[in-house]
Design a protein around this ligand. Structure first.
Ligand code: GYE
Length: 627
């Protein structure tokens, strides 16, 4: 056997071996990573029906947004207004192995337990109709109550002085959006006795039903001045039922969709007097679904989409604003006016903002007020800093408003300068057209949680429980909300007696001094301290102990914030419960700034995920607390 022949054999063998290795290697890669084509996230979308024009737009927006992402696939189901079918649809989507479920429920009560169960396995985005409780990843929807109120205020503003007979055309009675749109409207007109709802039609969101029922109604009672319809389609249905189209009737609709016979066209044609945009949330649902599936940081618990009031006067401006949204590439400059360093919560919040700006490569101009100033002086300082940001032509302004009132002038100035303003962790009491988005907590819900915990903890306690409430900064959104939520829950239970409600200004020293003064001045037995934040609670605990009582035993102590220090107090038994208020708003803030500068409209409210901690669960969670 000659060398050349052997050499040829070796070469062939070699080639075969290399070839086999390449084949094995690529099979391994395909199996482990799959070809680019087949590694994708499958998202299931369960709709309650596809009869409403608004829902068809929602699915279209979902599909269009998903098309922007290579690795996203969507499966849609339509329950055709049957909850039984929707249960089946959702089960089928789970059986298909969807990675995330987007669901808008036909019947909230019936489907909440099913959604809660699925939420244990995969992320769930609830769209439009809220679930009962918090067993979901993210809720995206509208504030239907405030939309109804806007419609009522519009009517008062436009035709307040006249006696008006109103016909209300509803979707499905008792469904959450209908209940809220109706109550918001009634709230707005309640003090105006000249505006009366003389009839109410249920049209199931169907323009034809609205048409037929309105024709019947107008035969019996022709003196109708206003049609308040929960959708533009139903308003248009009723309008078409009018024999004399010149009859002096004000038509108010909702949705404000583009396109043929959409609300915007009906305004242009003078058929509708006003409509209220109701973004479907389809785009946001896909954007957040991708973030959730990519395990991004800063995913909120709830986002409430902004509704714009559209009339013939602002129709063109609205369309221009939608079409000419800012597109600003890096560097982006954010001016942030902080409210001080009154608590450990605030220090964690400041750190989160600074760190997230760095990570997002956003140029941050961070101004903070001196803690020794009075609340009035602090507000003046914050306004001064915002003036400076306007002069510096920053791209976005964000601030934590020390109190709710007194911001109109500076916000009007920022709006004139076309600089969007974000509210960080506290809200303001001015028209929402003067600010872009609020991100933070639901303070009323925090107050409710504190009261619900107290009632559960003392459900077997006999007799009256005297409560001392330590309020945060007077006139601030968290103090107002936490007080309102707490009182809303205890007011029906006479054995809970709010004996003292005093200002502690969110700091340790005032918390201690106020508690000390109450203990030394009262003859009553104090059973509970409800502090609007941890730092005041820590001060109160020291005052209680110096008074010779045992905090957490002789006096139940509840706080809000749940900072790491609060966990230490719960583990040693001096604090009984801490309702969480998450200070780590940095990532959400920077995501919002980037979304805004990328030309997206921001939700009007972005609500953080929060929980309730007690002595029972604190010892298991303390080590993982980030703040
Ligand atoms: O609860 C408190 C801080 O605005 C939500 O302000 C924030 C509150 C927080 O002083 O600790």
């Amino acid at each position: 056997m000659t060398l050349t022949r052997l050499k040829n054999k070796d070469i062939i063998f070699f080639i075969v071996v290399i070839f086999i290795l390449i084949a094995i290697g690529s099979i391994w890669i395909i199996q482990s990573f799959g070809s680019k084509e087949d590694t994708y996230f499958l998202i299931g979308v369960s709709q309650p029906n596809l009869q409403e024009p608004w829902r068809i737009v929602m699915n279209k927006e979902i599909q269009e947004s998903a098309n922007e992402y290579e690795h996203i696939r969507i499966i849609f189901t339509d329950a055709a207004t049957s909850s039984h079918k929707q249960e089946k649809d959702i089960q089928k989507l789970i059986d298909y192995g969807v990675d995330l479920l987007i669901v808008s429920m036909n019947d909230t009560e019936r489907l909440t337990p099913i959604v809660a169960d699925i939420y244990k396995k995969i992320p769930v985005i609830v769209l439009d109709r809220d679930v009962i409780g918090y067993d979901y990843t993210l809720f995206i929807g509208l504030d239907n109550y405030s939309i109804g109120r806007k419609a009522g205020n519009y009517l008062r503003r436009m035709r307040g002085k006249q006696t008006l007979n109103v016909v209300e055309i509803k979707g499905i009675t008792d469904s959450p959006p209908v209940r809220d749109r109706s109550n918001g409207f009634k709230q707005a007109i309640k003090d105006n006795s000249d505006i009366n709802i003389v009839a109410s039609i249920e049209a199931h969101w169907q323009p034809d039903k609205a048409h037929d029922k309105f024709v019947e109604l107008i035969k019996e009672s022709p003196n109708i001045d206003v049609v308040y319809a929960h959708s533009d389609a139903m308003a248009f249905g009723a309008y078409k039922g009018l024999k004399d189209k010149h009859q002096e009737i004000t038509f108010i609709g909702m949705d404000g969709l583009q396109g043929t016979n959409g609300g915007l066209e009906l305004i242009r044609k003078g058929i509708l007097d006003s409509t209220y945009t109701c973004p479907t949330g389809g785009k946001e649902a896909i954007r957040y679904a991708v973030s959730i599936l990519n395990k991004d940081k800063g995913i909120p618990k709830k986002i409430i989409l902004r509704s714009h009031e559209i009339t013939a006067d602002n129709l063109n401006t609205y369309i221009q604003e939608q079409q000419s949204r800012t597109h600003k590439k890096d560097p982006i400059t954010l001016g942030f006016a902080q409210v001080g360093s009154e608590s450990s919560w605030r220090l964690a919040n400041t750190e989160s903002i600074k760190q997230a700006a760095q990570e997002a490569n956003i140029h941050l101009i961070f101004k903070n007020v001196d803690n020794r100033l009075s609340d009035k002086e602090k507000q003046k300082k914050q306004i001064q800093y915002m003036e400076e940001f306007i002069e510096q032509k920053v791209d976005v302004i964000a601030f934590s408003p020390i109190v709710e009132e007194g911001w109109e002038k500076i916000l009007i100035k920022a709006k004139k300068a076309k600089i969007p303003v974000l509210l960080s962790d506290r809200e303001v009491n001015v028209d929402d057209s003067l600010w872009t988005s609020y991100m933070g907590s639901d303070f009323v819900e925090e107050g409710r949680r504190a009261a619900r915990w107290l009632m559960d903890y003392t459900k077997t306690t006999e007799g009256i429980l005297n409560i001392v409430e330590l309020q945060g900064t007077y006139g601030s959104a968290p103090a107002i909300g936490r007080k309102e939520g707490f009182e809303e829950v205890i007011k029906y239970h006479k054995n809970y007696n709010l004996l003292y409600s005093e200002i502690g200004s969110f700091n340790y020293a005032d918390g201690k001094a106020t508690m000390k003064r109450i203990l030394e001045s009262t003859n009553e037995k104090i059973h509970v301290v409800y502090a609007h934040n941890d730092d005041m609670a820590f001060g109160a605990i020291e005052a209680i102990e110096e008074y010779g009582l045992v905090a957490g035993k002789d006096i139940i102590v509840i706080s809000v914030d749940a900072t790491k220090q609060a966990f230490k107090y719960m583990v040693i038994g001096k604090l009984n419960c801490a309702v969480e208020c998450n200070p780590l708003l940095g990532p959400q803030m920077m995501k919002a700034v980037k979304d805004l500068m990328a030309g997206n409209e921001l939700p009007i409210r972005i609500i953080t995920e929060e929980d309730v901690y007690t002595q029972e669960n604190a010892k298991y969670t303390i080590s993982s607390r980030k703040y």
